[in-house]
Design a protein around this ligand. Structure first.
Ligand SMILES: [Zn+2]
Ligand SMILES: [Zn+2]
Length: 160
């Protein structure tokens, strides 16, 4: 399942929240000497609302990051729980950035049962069916895009 659209949405959401947050701080100057908060001794309701919205937005974003990293780490054969916690809990998105830098290439998924097969697997360890095309002549696994079998020279039919 492709999660890129969710990530893009989350990114836009975060930028909008950050902009709203900045505009609010500039507009209300909650800590300035002549701000409404200081004059009345209480933070304005709008400020509290934005604070709540910002907190909810950040929690939502952290949740999305955790879900994304969990799924992604599983597909790459890395400990999913560990990495989703690191990405979600290390502040300033440092955990997420570290994960994106060190993550392993994606493991091959079995086209029959959807379970993860090893990077160089020929048969699925879960259901036993071939995870990559086999030569119809000698049953050797074929490299991607091969027209002729490198083992026996048989011409491969293009996949229908
Ligand atoms: Zn399988
Ligand atoms: Zn062959």
């Amino acid at each position: 399942m492709d999660r890129r659209p969710i990530l893009v949405l989350a990114g836009i959401f975060a930028v909008l929240l950050a902009l709203a947050w900045g505009a609010l701080l500039v507009g209300l100057r909650p800590w300035g000497p002549d701000s409404e908060m200081v004059r009345s001794g209480e933070p304005p309701v709008v400020f509290l609302l934005f604070l709540a919205l910002f907190a909810i937005g950040m929690l939502f974003l952290v949740f999305l990051i955790a879900v994304y990293v969990y799924q992604d780490a599983k597909r790459r054969g890395m400990p999913p729980l560990l990495w989703s916690l690191v990405a979600a809990l290390v502040p300033y998105f440092i955990g997420l950035i570290v994960y994106l830098v060190v993550r392993q290439p994606r493991l091959l998924g079995c086209p029959h049962c959807g379970q993860v097969a090893g990077e160089k697997a020929v048969y699925c360890p879960t259901c036993g069916r071939p995870v990559r095309p086999l030569c119809p002549g000698c049953r050797e696994p074929m490299p991607d895009g091969a027209r002729f079998c490198p083992s026996c020279g048989k011409e491969l039919r293009s996949p229908a």
